[in-house]
Design a protein around this ligand. Structure first.
Ligand code: OAD
Length: 241
C-alpha cells in the first residue's frame, strides 16, 4: 500500500531521527533510557550551557563522538542508501541525527540539519573542521585561533539548510518520516508543510509520533526490520525518471 502510494511520484524527501540509529546501538533522546531521560538537555545542549560549563558540554559530545567507532549502520540505513542510488536526484535525505551512520551506509544526498559529531566549528570564524578525537577547551582554530566547539545545533540555534536545500527538497515532494518523535521543530513541521502543498506523507516509527495525524500512511515497527521491504517496494514502484 505504502509502496503503491509513494511509488510513481516525482521526488521523495525523507526525514530521519534517532529511531533509525537505535538498532545500531545509539540511544534515542526521549524513549525510556534515552539521552534526555538520563541528562538534562538545558545543561548540555544550549549555547548558555556551553558558556557556563564548557568542559561538561564538550565531555557529553566527546562521549557520543567516541561511541561512533563502536557502532555500524543497520539495515534501515543501508536500505535508504540503496533507494537513493535508484532515485538519484529525485531523492533527498534530511537527517536530525548527528551520527555518521547514513554516510557510512552510502547515503550522499544527505543534509545534516542538526550538525555532525564528526565535525567541530570555530566560534570566531565559523570554519568547520573534521574532528575524530576528544575536543578540549584549549583546542583552537588553525586559521584564527578561535575556540572550537561541537558542530551541533543546540536548542535556541537555527538548524542548517532551512533557507535553501530543505525547502527545495520538500517542494512538490512526497515525504517519508522515519524514527522521529515529531516533537522538535522545525523538523516536526515538515510534514505539515508538505501536506499544505498537497503532497503525500508517510511515517515509519516504533509508535505513532506526536504529529501522527498529519501522515496519510503509517507503518509501525522497527526501522531496520520494516525499511528494507518498504523501500525496496517504493524503489520498484517508482516511474523511470
Ligand atoms: P526522539 O528520541 O525524540 O524520538 C525517537 C523516535 O524513534 C521515537 O518516536 C521512537 O518511538 C522511535 N524509535 C525508537 N526506536 C526505533 C526503531 N528501532 N525504529 C523506528 N523508530 C524507532 O528522537 P528525535 O525525534 O530524533 O536535537 O529527536 C529530535 C531531536 O531532539 C534530535 O535531533 C536532538 C534532540 O534533542 C538536537 O540535539 C538539536
Amino acid at each position: 500500500m505504502i509502496a503503491e502510494a509513494l511509488g510513481g511520484s516525482g521526488r521523495l524527501a525523507v526525514l530521519t531521527g534517532a529511531g533509525i540509529s537505535a538498532e545500531s546501538g545509539l540511544k534515542t533522546f526521549r524513549d525510556p533510557g534515552g539521552l534526555w531521560q538520563q541528562y538534562r538537555l538545558e545543561e548540555l545542549a544550549t549555547p548558555e550551557a556551553f558558556r557556563a560549563h564548557p568542559e561538561r558540554v564538550l565531555e557529553f559530545y566527546n562521549m557520543r563522538r567516541a561511541k561512533l567507532s563502536e557502532v555500524h549502520p543497520n539495515a534501515g540505513h543501508v536500505a535508504l542508501a540503496a533507494l537513493e542510488r535508484r532515485l538519484e536526484e529525485r531523492f533527498t535525505l534530511i537527517t536530525q541525527n548527528v551520527d555518521d551512520l547514513h554516510e557510512r551506509a552510502g547515503s550522499r544526498r544527505l543534509l545534516h540539519m542538526h550538525g555532525e559529531l564528526k565535525n567541530v566549528r570555530c566560534v570566531r570564524c565559523a570554519a568547520v573542521v573534521p574532528w575524530t578525537a576528544a575536543l578540549r577547551l584549549g583546542d583552537r582554530c588553525a586559521a584564527c585561533q578561535g575556540q572550537l566547539r561541537p558542530h551541533i545545533v543546540w536548542f535556541g540555534e537555527v538548524p542548517f539548510f532551512l533557507d535553501d536545500a530543505i525547502p527545495a527538497a520538500l517542494a512538490g515532494a512526497t515525504f517519508l518520516s522515519i524514527g522521529t518523535s515529531g516533537t522538535v521543530y522545525p523538523a516536526a513541521g515538515f510534514v505539515a508543510a508538505v501536506k499544505a502543498q498537497g503532497g503525500l506523507t508517510a511515517e515509519v516509527n516504533l509508535e505513532p509520533s506526536a504529529n501522527a495525524e498529519l501522515f496519510d500512511l503509517q507503518v509501525l515497527g522497527k526501522a531496520g526490520e520494516v525499511l528494507p521491504t518498504v523501500l525496496e517496494a517504493i524503489g520498484g514502484a517508482q516511474a523511470p525518471a
